[in-house]
Design a protein around this ligand. Structure first.
Ligand SMILES: [Zn+2]
Length: 205
């Protein structure tokens, strides 16, 4: 099996089946194949080169092609609305972890719309990953500006909102009183300034 003979046969199919709209780069070039190989190797927990080596005597590339189709069909079935940002998502990596479960597609769509409309979500591509693992880091939640942090710092008389000790501005952290996950926004009324220690204690909870 070589990269060339897979891509020559399958590139047309990628476009005919509409899979290219879920992939970054041009499917006419070899990008789709590289992507599929990366995903299937990740599934098996091995490097791309090792996958190629293990399958060099395979009579054809059906393994990778069938896997790739399963990934793409899962994406199409799970997400009822198509969006261009979907091109940026590593679908195979998500499929490897979550592809066996059946999700409530309408509920997923409603959550996506809510996050797209949320000004505090600054990474729209991260929405899809967040839906599955709930890790807010994918969303790059907006941070408080220095202007807001400064205003709150002054209103707290330059002291930490938790322990009440005085610290210089640079040593303080602007914190969401109500976390984003509980509908707290990045607005001044939801901002408190904490010292490093109190901020760390709060983050660990
Ligand atoms: Zn403190």
């Amino acid at each position: 099996m070589t990269q060339k003979n897979i891509s020559a046969k399958k590139n047309c199919s990628v476009i005919q089946l509409g899979y290219n709209q879920y992939l970054d780069g041009s499917a006419i070039r070899q990008d789709f194949l590289e992507t599929a190989l990366k995903w299937i190797s990740a599934r098996d927990g091995i490097k791309i080169e090792d996958y190629m080596a293990q399958n060099q005597d395979a009579p054809n590339c059906n393994d990778i092609w069938l896997y790739f189709k399963k990934v793409m069909d899962w994406v199409k079935a799970t997400f009822i609305e198509y969006r261009v940002i979907m091109k940026k998502v590593e679908w195979g990596i998500l499929y490897n972890k979550y592809g066996e479960k059946n999700y409530d597609t309408k509920k997923l769509e409603a959550e996506i719309v809510k996050m797209l409309e949320d000004e505090d979500v600054t990474s729209s591509r991260g929405i899809y990953e967040y839906l599955f693992d709930g890790d807010e880091r994918h969303l790059s939640i907006r941070k408080f500006s220095d202007k807001i942090k400064r205003a709150v710092y002054e209103s707290q008389n330059k002291c930490c909102a938790k322990c009440g000790k005085h610290y210089p501005f640079e040593k303080m952290h602007a914190d969401h009183i109500k976390p984003w996950s509980k509908d707290g926004h990045t607005t001044i009324d939801n901002c408190q300034v904490l010292c490093e220690n109190c901020n760390r204690i709060k983050s660990d909870v």
